[in-house]
Design a protein around this ligand. Structure first.
Ligand SMILES: [Zn+2]
Length: 99
């Protein structure tokens, strides 16, 4: 949440938007997308659910991208996510080993 507030604050400071260099906009978009991949693929599917196996370099890249999302450490994210599934998943999925 704080990242989003900082983004809004940054955008307001850079008014008008056409004053922002194109490279900055491209970098911001790429960082946003890579952080999203890091959270979704890395923090969620790899580290929380162990949905797949990955070699060490892939794990490092996904961890780095996920950290760009400023959602806490992998350990903290996994703990919170497992608590989320404990209290929100239906009884049919609760017996699954990966939940
Ligand atoms: Zn999940």
């Amino acid at each position: 949440m704080s990242t989003h507030l900082l983004a809004v604050w940054g955008a307001l400071c850079w008014r008008p938007i056409n004053a922002v260099p194109t490279a900055t906009l491209v970098l911001a978009f790429l960082t946003w997308q890579l952080a999203d991949f890091g959270i979704t693929i890395g923090y969620h599917h790899l580290y929380s659910h162990r949905a797949f196996r990955a070699k060490f370099p892939v794990r490092v890249v996904l961890a780095a991208w996920g950290s760009a999302g400023f959602q806490g450490s992998i350990k903290w994210w996994r703990l919170r996510h497992r608590l989320h599934h404990r209290f929100t998943v239906s009884s049919t999925r609760r017996s699954s080993r990966r939940d």
